[in-house]
Design a protein around this ligand. Structure first.
Ligand code: 6LC
Length: 410
């Protein structure tokens, strides 16, 4: 009785900001507007809650605190986090990181250079131009009739100066504003952008590119990149595992293993960004699990994207997790011309994206010829529009089965 009373006191009321379908018996399904009672905030992502007498886990990011407080919160919290997002692109740190990435920047330069003849008299839009590097390459290496360099962050003011400083103001027009909101005097022949995030889609800048395509690209116009793929490989991650998990086995000769569940929660719940996987850590050849066609992809398709994989283990080792990266292709403007590719995988030149590591809860020993198969889904967070959850299902030789969801970032 006493315990129950205490329990009631600590229960908090939350309103669902969006519908959710639980994917196992432990998870509650609910509809937008449902009032849920939260009994325990078991982790930052999953809470133990109750709806109409039924209890289960619910994703915390779908909930909004109590009705009255909720209204205020809704006003303050922007699901696109524009202020934070464009605020960070208003400083030099990220632009320095992107510009210092030679493989990334040189690939765009190569795309312009190898298509320079065909770009003559073409109208180009550079979406999210940052410091204007791609627009400047266009003006310097080709003779477009006009380049619209669109940038929402305050960097645009400097970009204008850089365009002038480099004598490109005749050709390049910097437009400060979100691509969704700006007006252009004409439609464009080429829409170029560097929109790819971690695991390809994180940040979902791709949505802005698709909207700009539908609004501003001429019939028959060209998208750069023209297609994108997400690659995956089962891998070893010995040092990361040793530093974060095996460490607790015997620090200073003591048994700290009771901390391992905490370590798992803290280090393996979310994917590890900026992980560099060595080619020898790949247990199999990689597989393209998703393929996006930038001409036909629709904004609504981004809500959930699924892919399948089937790998054959090439050498015995420890299967610690999956590593993911992307590649993009830029088609040639000339019929039959070779496309240019940017590959951010372990067998290509390193880039600032590095790779993304998804750690399993427990490592699995594998042997040559073992089969690892399964599926991947990228489910966009219905509230936080720049975030998503990556879910992996896998089996080893059709028997050892696992499934794990990784929030990126909420
Ligand atoms: C590129 C990001 C740049 O694109 C950065 O300068 C940001 O302010 C700009 N940007 C992003 N979305 C928009 C938009 N809708 N309209 C105008 N500018 C935008 C690198 N980021 C990734 N590749 N992820």
């Amino acid at each position: 009785m006493q315990a129950e009373e205490e329990d009631e006191v600590s229960v908090e009321e939350y309103v669902a900001r969006s519908s959710f379908t639980g994917n196992d018996n432990d998870q509650l399904s609910f509809s937008s507007g449902d009032v849920l009672l939260v009994h325990a905030k078991t982790s930052s992502e999953w809470w133990w809650a109750e709806l109409r007498g039924v209890k289960g886990y619910v994703p915390a990011s779908y909930l909004l605190q109590g009705a009255q407080e909720g209204e205020e919160e809704e006003e303050e919290e922007d699901p696109w986090q524009h202020k934070e997002y464009f605020g960070s692109y208003g400083t030099l740190r990220l632009h320095l990181e992107m510009l210092s990435d030679k493989s990334r920047t040189e690939t765009y330069r190569q795309v312009i250079l190898s298509n320079s003849a065909s770009l003559r008299n073409k109208v180009v839009m550079d979406l999210g131009c940052g410091t204007g590097i791609i627009s400047l390459f266009c003006a310097q290496l080709a003779e477009p009739s006009e380049v619209y360099a669109v940038e929402a962050s305050s960097m645009a003011e400097y970009t204008r100066q850089l365009v002038k400083q480099n004598g490109c103001e005749e050709l390049v027009t910097v437009l400060q504003g979100r691509a969704e909101e700006i007006e252009l005097p004409e439609r464009v022949d080429v829409l170029v952008s560097e929109w790819m995030g971690n695991c390809l889609l994180f940040e979902f800048m791709v949505e802005s590119v698709l909207r700009a395509r539908d609004r501003w690209l001429k019939e028959g116009g060209v998208m750069w990149p023209s297609s994108a793929a997400l690659s995956l490989v089962p891998c070893q991650a010995d040092s990361y595992y040793a530093e974060t998990m095996a460490f607790w086995e015997q620090p200073y000769g003591l048994d700290f293993t009771p901390l391992q569940p905490l370590a798992q929660q803290e280090f393996f719940t979310k994917p590890k960004f900026s992980h560099v996987i060595e080619p020898e850590d790949c247990l199999t050849a990689p597989c393209d699990v998703l393929q996006l066609d930038m001409y036909t992809l629709q904004v609504k398709d981004l809500e959930e994207i699924k892919g399948h994989f089937h790998f054959c283990v090439e050498k015995s080792g420890v299967f610690h997790g999956f590593s993911a990266w992307f590649k993009v292709q830029f088609e040639s403007l000339q019929r039959g011309g070779a496309p240019v590719e940017l590959n951010t995988g372990p067998n290509s030149e390193p880039t600032h994206w590095k790779q993304t590591l998804f750690m399993l809860d427990r490592p699995v020993s594998v042997h040559a010829e073992d089969a690892i198969s399964g599926s991947i889904s990228l489910r966009r967070n219905p509230v936080w529009r720049r975030h998503m959850t990556v879910t992996l299902h896998w089996s080893v030789n059709c028997s050892q089965v696992g499934t794990k969801s990784f929030p990126m970032w909420r």
